[in-house]
Structures are given as structure tokens and as C-alpha cells.
Design a protein. Structure first.
Length: 274
């Protein structure tokens, strides 16, 4: 009996010990699996939340951009002409201003025909002599500060000086009105020359040669109007004589012509605008 009781106690103890081991093993495994599950859930949740947030953000940005694009398209439809022209004109104006001041590339220069200067033109020299252009010289003095108004007038007196008060250009025919007389002749293109001045800026002389020699008419005329490609001129400086090369070296006397239907004050204001 005692033997059986001892064996029973031993078996009971062994049973309790085995149960404790299994319980501990189950808890460890459960803890590990839970940790893996939490890690996995967190990773998945983080990924899903992040992905969801990104997708939502992308969708929102896409929607925002879409709405923005629609608004832009709407405005673009209404303002296309203005905005396009404004941008184009702005670029064009900057380029034209640079060209006017004598800064351009050789590749920008194009040949021109006499039709660019067709019209009835008057010399501005009489307006210098009668004082109409005095406001121009005062404006230049105030604007630049390089010379006084009187010094500017003396400078332009040399530049504008001429006896040819009027020039009419019709087709290939050029008529000079000089000292009460008029002489006409036909001229044809003789190309152009690009000149570099001491100040570093440049200019283009468009050259025309008389088709035949006519007494009292220059063999060559050379136009300079701050333009370098085909376009209608609004005023010009003109050089003329019988020696093509010598004319290219003339930089002090440049008789200047504006349309004959303009009065002196209008011409003065045009000059000050430049």
C-alpha cells in the first residue's frame, strides 16, 4: 500500500511538472507569434496607412491640379490672345530695343528692298534750325547727363545738316529735292554692310546703286534706320555719294528723314520716345 501511494505521489508530481512545461511552452510560442503578428500588423498597417495616405494625397493633388488646370484652361481660353501677345511682344520689344541700340548677331541681318523706304520724306534739319527740336536736346541732356542741351544741338547740327530738304521714293525711283531743283534716278540693291562703331555697338548700311549714271545724282545711297531685316521704315539716316567705301567711313554727317506729312512737334516727340 505504501509502495502504491509513493508511486502515485511521484506520478502526480511528474504530471504537474509536465503540465507546467507545456504551459510555459505555449506562452512562449504565443508571445512570439503575437510579437510577429504585431510587427506584421504594424508593418502592414504602416504600409497600408502610408500607401493609403500617399494614394489619397496623390489623388487630392491630382484633383487639385485637375481643377487648377481647368481654371487655367478657362482663363487661357479667355486670355490666350492677350497673354500670348504680351509675352511675344515683350520678347520682341526687348530684341527690337537691343537691335535699335546696335546690338545684334550677324545671323539676324537680312537683305532689304527699296520698298522699305518708299514714301515722301522730309529732312529734319530745318526743324533744328528753327528751334523746334530744342526740346529734344533738352530731353537728351536731362536723360543722359553726358552733354548739355546746347552741346547736343551742336552735335546734331553736324549730323543732320543737308541741302536736300525732301526725298521721294517710288518703286525703284528716288527723287532728290535739293536747292530748289529735283533730280530722279533708278536704283538697285547693292547689298549691305555691317559696321562696328567706336562705342562697341553696330549698324547696318543698306546700299543701293544707280542703274545708270545721272548728272547731279549720287552713284550710291546708303540707308541706316536701326533695322536689320525687311520692315517698313518710319525714319532713316541717308548717306550718298559716288564712292561706296568712303561713304561707309562717314559717321559724322547723317541727314535724317521723317515722313513729309509729320509736323515738327510730332517729329520731336517721336525722337524723344527713343
Amino acid at each position: 500500500m505504501k509502495l502504491k501511494l509513493g508511486i502515485g505521489v511521484i506520478l502526480a508530481v511528474l504530471g504537474l511538472w509536465l503540465t507546467g512545461c507545456q504551459s510555459a511552452g505555449s506562452n512562449d510560442s504565443g508571445a512570439l507569434n503575437q510579437t510577429e503578428a504585431v510587427s506584421g500588423t504594424n508593418g502592414s498597417s504602416s504600409t497600408q496607412e502610408s500607401s493609403g495616405t500617399q494614394e489619397s494625397s496623390s489623388t487630392n493633388e491630382s484633383n487639385t491640379n485637375h481643377v487648377h488646370d481647368e481654371e487655367d484652361d478657362h482663363n487661357h481660353d479667355h486670355e490666350h490672345h492677350h497673354d500670348h501677345n504680351h509675352g511675344h511682344n515683350h520678347d520682341h520689344d526687348e530684341e527690337a530695343e537691343a537691335i535699335y541700340k546696335g546690338f545684334f548677331e550677324d545671323s539676324q541681318v537680312q537683305n532689304r528692298t527699296l520698298s522699305d523706304w518708299e514714301g515722301d520724306w522730309q529732312s529734319v534739319y530745318p526743324y533744328l534750325l528753327d528751334g523746334t527740336l530744342d526740346e529734344v536736346f533738352a530731353h537728351k541732356a536731362e536723360d543722359s547727363g553726358k552733354m548739355t542741351a546746347e552741346e547736343y544741338k551742336e552735335y546734331y547740327d553736324v549730323g543732320y545738316k543737308t541741302d536736300t530738304k525732301r526725298i521721294v521714293i517710288e518703286g525703284d525711283t528716288v527723287t532728290f529735292f535739293t536747292k530748289g531743283q529735283q533730280r530722279s534716278g533708278k536704283y538697285q540693291s547693292d547689298g549691305y554692310e555691317i559696321l562696328t562703331y567706336e562705342a562697341g555697338n553696330r549698324g547696318v548700311r543698306y546700299i543701293f546703286k544707280s542703274v545708270e549714271e545721272v548728272e547731279g545724282l549720287p552713284r550710291y545711297i546708303q540707308f541706316s534706320d536701326h533695322r536689320i531685316n525687311p520692315s517698313k521704315s518710319d525714319h532713316f539716316h541717308l548717306y550718298w555719294g559716288d564712292d561706296r567705301k568712303a561713304l561707309l567711313e562717314e559717321v559724322t554727317n547723317w541727314p535724317t528723314y521723317y515722313p513729309s506729312d509729320m509736323d515738327g512737334h510730332s517729329i520731336a516727340h517721336e525722337m524723344m520716345a527713343h
